[in-house]
Design a protein around this ligand. Sequence first.
Ligand code: C2E
Ligand code: MG
Ligand code: MG
Length: 588
Amino acid sequence: MGYFMTHREKAEQLLQQQYHCSQALFGAFAEEIGLDLKTAFKISTCFGGGMRQGGICGCITAAMLVLGMAIGFYDSQDKELELYVNKKTDEFIKRFTGQMHGDINCRDILGRDISEPTGMASIRKEGLILKKCPRALNASIDILEDMLKEHLKYITESSISLEDIPEDNEMQSLLKSVSKLCRFRRNVNNLLYSSSKEIGFIQFDIRKFKIVNDLYGEKFGDEVLDFIINKLKESCKDKQFFINLRSDVFMIVTEYNSEEELVEFIQEFDSKASYFKNIKLQMSYGIYTVEDKKMELRQMEDRAAMARKAAKNNILKNILFYKEQFKDSLYNRKFIEENMQAAIAEKQFLMYLQPKYSIAKNEIIGAEALVRWKNPERGMIYPDQFIPVIEENGFIRKVDYYIWEKACSFIRKCMDYGIKTCPVSVNVSRVHLRDDECLYVLSNMIEEYGIPKNLLELEITETADNQQISLKALQLKEEGFTLLMDDFGSGYSSLNILLETPFDVIKLDKKFIENMMLSEKGRLLLEQVVSMAGKLDLGLLAEGVETKDQIELLQSIGCDQVQGYYYAKPMPEEEFFELLKQQAEVMV
Ligand code: C2E
Ligand code: MG
Ligand code: MG
């Protein structure tokens, strides 16, 4: 990476070259906000002259210009943005006044009256700017850098989520992405207002880009992105704008005449960009076609993003148009994020237990702990609705710890009650597999509740990063935990992971069993999987078993352990406790 001059260094260099403070400050940020130095000087001189008359420190005005350019006042109808810009202006002035201990006038900083025409000449002669201004310049630069970072966070979180921007990223590249986005939005805004044709927002990303990065390295990943950018440059003509929002997410805004034409445009681009060095790149495209040009730009961007996410989850189609229902998923996400803290504090998360049965013995042999969210406003919320969201923001850790503890406490209760205890399995989100925390948490819980390790079983689902799982699983195994591989047969590398990871039990996925039962060939395969588990000395449990047919087939091929609605649905822990008690009584 080339050497970047810091803003301070640039500003000081410009001061040395006899520029004024406002020119030096604005000049230091010029390139990143998309201006050449000459234009920056012209602008700041123009404002600077008037400002010196008023006596206010030039850095303040220059900083306002930087903020204004970076934030991009792209829509004068956007009241929300107007308020935001005003708030930022106040914030800057407040922070600057604080840092300068109230010296915000040129007069106070330079210690000289500058309103006289002769004043400036003598100030220069005495080198006062070089002596006195750097304090104001440096204070401004510190505050500006801070505020711009915050702004980037704001635009990335509130609009089209440019998440994953590394903390240690250079300030310069942060600013570049802010100003690139602002320029893009300005162009889009002009297009919206000037065009008489229809306008479409297309957002796309590369499916499983993370795997490309993992397999071939980040450098290769960067080459892929450059390749896409080049193909976009080739494909996008006049009145078609594109931007690389973050890692593998791109957006194109274009004029069009008919939806067919829009789809053809995408298909044509897709065919050009689908192979890079023999690697197949699969893109998911979301389209939002503008109905109301007065709608906020961010909302249009969000809608294209929603359609992209839906396309990503759709196996049949990789191009999807935005539908109103997608909005629900966004509201859902917002609701979860806003209410999850309170849900923990107010014990709205509940542990449900679903029994596991032995077909042959017709008795309960264990249970799986499954979280439920009982929300006062929305009623029961199921894990598939909220787990993906809290896995993304990391809150899953808290929820999982809560459920694990509930499971430990349940096992303790059974032990204290003196009924035959059975193992309870808990789900371990992939988020835990990134570090060692879960290892300590689990070991502490086991110790605190005084329960044998083999009674708390851990369910892990395969992910893209199987190596990471294997490493962590090995540690958990060494600690003495029993590991269950969840959803076996639903992913793409189930067999690989068996090779690398020391699982004790495999849980056959519901869909997998259903698919296999559709044909003779499938049934044969299922039989082979059961036999393979036996040969590898792995336990086996079939999930999501609903029908008698399934039970009979599983029994006939030697799979005895099952979990599913055929026997019982997940139930509140008290109910499961009663079931266990009944079973114990029958057995006596
Ligand atoms: P999973 O671990 O594979 O759990 C099995 C899911 O299948 C459960 O859905 C269960 O209610 C459902 N199920 C069981 N038998 C049947 C059946 O016969 N028919 C049908 N249609 N479904 C059946 P649930 O409780 O909605 O959980 C969904 C997923 O959410 C779980 O899949 C698991 O991956 C995740 N999850 C649930 N609780 C937790 C938790 O506490 N922590 C974490 N990290 N993930 C959890
Ligand atoms: Mg599970
Ligand atoms: Mg499962």
